[in-house]
Design a protein around this ligand. Structure first.
Ligand code: SAM
Length: 346
């Protein structure tokens, strides 16, 4: 019996928890609410991206219905991302609506990943909506390098966003993509800055997603190398701390802070995968690094009841692949999948 049939028959259609063919329970949904962003990070997007026409996007009400359907199926953690989630018009309407699932206890965590630029406007309201922890992406503290990496971004605005988030009482984790020859020498300084402000830092290996101008091999810095270098300077203590994501954490004795490593290349973590991703057009990707997808927009729009939607979700989860197989080397100069991270939602 496959996982979908199992879920339906055990609990009635549309009511069972979502378990994939490898017995992994799907408890984490990441939703890209827009493919647009106010930055153009060199490893994420090409400079001249074409964006989706507005009519293709799910409305905020549809996004709410979709997320809520997953919550009734056992999703406990919901992350809004993008593109830049805070540039989607009226995005707080969605946060407010989704926060009802925190109040009922159906959802454990409502959160977002953001570049931070809009946080001075929204941090307070996010906290009011029950958001407790957020991820802010920041790869460097050098303004010129920041401009080079993001093409359009201003470091000051992001730092003001970090201040606003902390002032609003949000726990901030900084996510930095480790980039060869760009921020590799700065990682200790970034870590000491984050830990000095009471923030965790997670380092991420660049993934071969979408066509970009630079060659991936010129960006890719294996975290095994970064970790070895840090270990020669700091005491890295293994700890069990987990946040429901793929990061493996150590405590840095000298700073007292936590440092996470997200290693899709050097250490594949798919065996514990608990997540799926939905794009702003309602396309469900069961794996960040595979092409297979399911359209949830058509069943969502075909009926006001959610039966068709639940059926489509079950079918999709029943074919969630075992994992990704990213390769970055001189011979493999093509992305694992054609879509950029900004489309699937990072
Ligand atoms: N705009 C938001 C932000 O900056 O956090 C959310 C979306 S962004 C796509 C999410 C995360 O994906 C960011 O931390 C970004 O650095 C990361 N990212 C984008 N492209 C990536 C790639 N090819 N490999 C690894 N991480 C990537």
């Amino acid at each position: 019996m496959d996982a979908a049939t199992n879920a339906s028959t055990a609990n009635g259609p549309g009511r069972g928890p979502l378990v994939d063919p490898f017995q992994r329970a799907i408890t984490y949904l990441r939703v890209s609410v827009t493919d647009r962003c106010d930055f153009r990070c060199v490893y994420c997007m090409a400079e001249n991206m074409s964006f989706l026409p507005k009519r293709d996007l799910l409305t905020l009400e549809e996004l709410d219905r979709l997320c809520s359907a997953f919550v009734t199926r056992g999703v406990k953690k919901l992350r809004l991302t993008g593109g830049e989630p805070l540039v989607r018009r009226d995005i707080m309407v969605l946060f407010r609506a989704l926060s009802r699932h925190l109040k009922t206890g159906a959802l454990d965590e409502l959160t977002l990943t953001t570049n931070g630029s809009q946080l001075p406007r929204f941090a307070g309201e996010l906290a009011e909506c029950g958001v407790k922890r957020i991820n802010i992406s920041l790869d460097t503290l050098d303004p010129a390098k920041f401009r080079d990496i993001t093409r359009w971004g201003e470091l000051d605005k992001v730092l003001a966003g970090v201040d606003a988030a902390q002032a609003a009482g949000l726990h901030v984790k900084i996510n930095a993509v480790a980039l060869k020859g760009v921020n590799e020498d700065e990682i200790p300084a970034l870590m000491e800055w984050a830990h000095g402000r009471g923030m965790d830092l997670s380092l991420i290996e660049v993934m071969p997603l979408g066509n970009i101008e630079p060659a991936r091999i010129d960006q890719y810095l294996p975290l095994s190398m970064v970790r070895a270098r840090l270990a020669s300077r700091y005491t890295l203590q293994e700890i069990d701390y987990r946040t429901g994501g793929p990061a493996r954490y150590v405590r840095v004795a000298e700073t007292g802070g936590r440092l996470g490593f997200i290693t899709p290349l050097t250490h594949n973590f798919c065996e514990g995968c608990n997540r799926v991703r939905v794009t702003c057009t309602g396309t469900l990707y069961m794996c960040l690094g595979q092409d297979d997808a399911a359209d949830l927009r058509a069943p969502l729009r075909a009926s006001e009841a959610d039966d068709l939607l639940h059926g489509a979700i079950e079918e999709a989860i029943a074919r969630k692949p075992k994992g990704h197989d990213f390769i970055i080397d001189r011979r493999t100069n093509r992305p694992a999948v054609g879509r950029h991270m900004s489309v699937t939602g990072g």
